[in-house]
Design a binder for this molecule. Structure first.
Ligand code: DC
Length: 222
C-alpha cells in the first residue's frame, strides 16, 4: 500500500506520516529530508546556489540514505549522519532552492519511487509532489494544510525546543517565503491532487487528524 501525504511546511505531515507508518507497519519516507540533504551538500561544498550545473552534479553523486524506524529515522549523506543538521531553517531554505531544479527533482523522484516500490509492506511518503508526480496511483492521498499562523506557531515551538533563538514573526516570514517558492516553481509545484483528501489541521489536534486519516485509509482499503 502506498500512502501519499502532501502539503506545505508545518502542516503536520511528518508527525502524522510517522505515526501512520509505525502503526500500519509501513516504511516511512521523508522526501523533504532528501532535498534537505542535497541543500546541505551544496552549502558544505561552498557551491553557489546559482550554479545549477554544479548542484545537479552534487545531487547525482550524493549518497542519501534514510535508515531506521519512523521514530528514530537517521538521515545519512555519504555515510555521515546529518539528521540534526538538516533540520535548521538554513537547510530548509537550501532544500527549497535546490528543489526548483528539474534535474535534481528527477534524480530524487527516481530514488523515492525505487524505495517505495521495494518496501515489502508498502510505504508512507511525505512531501510536496507525492500524490501528483511520485506516486500518482497511490492507494490513498492526503493533502494536509493549515493557516500560515498555525503552521508558523508549530514550527516556532519545534525550533525553540531544539534550542533555536528566533521570534515567532521570523518563523512566519520564513514559512511564507518557502511556501511562496514551493507553490510558484515551474516543475512540480505544491498542488493538490484531484483525488486527494484535504484536511485543514489548523483547529484539530494530532489525535483527531490521525484518527480521521486512519478512518479514510480503512474505508479505502480493498
Ligand atoms: O518537508 P520539508 O520542509 O522537509 O521540505 C524541504 C523543502 O524541500 C521544501 O521547502 C520543498 C522541498 N520538497 C519538494 O520540493 N518536494 C518534496 N517531495 C519534498 C520537499
Amino acid at each position: 500500500m502506498i500512502i501519499a501525504i502532501d502539503g506545505p511546511s508545518g502542516a503536520g505531515k511528518s508527525t502524522l506520516g510517522k505515526m501512520l507508518a509505525k502503526n500500519l507497519g509501513l516504511l516511512y519516507l521523508d522526501t523533504g529530508a532528501m532535498y534537505r540533504a542535497v541543500g546541505l551538500a551544496v552549502a558544505k561544498s561552498g557551491t553557489s546556489f546559482e550554479n545549477q550545473d554544479e548542484i545537479i552534479e552534487i545531487a547525482r553523486h550524493s549518497k542519501i540514505e534514510l535508515i531506521g524506524e519512523p521514530d528514530s529515522l537517521e538521515v545519512k549523506l555519504d555515510g555521515k549522519d546529518i539528521s540534526a543538521e538538516i533540520r535548521t531553517n538554513e537547510a530548509g531554505q537550501a532544500a527549497s532552492i535546490v528543489s526548483t531544479i528539474s534535474e535534481v527533482r528527477k534524480i530524487l523522484v527516481r530514488h523515492q519511487r525505487k524505495l517505495g516500490e521495494n518496501a515489502p509492506h508498502g510505504c508512507v511518503l511525505d512531501g510536496r509532489d507525492i500524490g501528483t508526480i511520485v506516486f500518482p496511483n497511490a492507494d490513498v492521498k492526503f493533502f494536509l494544510t493549515a493557516k500560515p499562523e498555525a503552521r508558523a506557531r508549530r514550527r516556532y515551538e519545534e525550533e525553540r525546543a531544539r534550542g533555536r533563538v528566533s521570534t515567532y514573526e521570523e518563523t512566519l516570514t520564513e514559512i511564507n517565503l518557502r511556501d511562496e517558492r514551493d507553490v510558484s516553481r515551474a516543475d512540480s509545484p505544491l498542488s493538490i491532487a484531484a483525488d486527494a483528501i484535504v484536511v485543514d489541521t489548523s483547529e484539530l489536534d494530532l489525535t483527531e487528524v490521525y484518527e480521521l486519516m486512519l478512518e479514510k485509509i480503512n474505508s479505502d482499503e480493498r
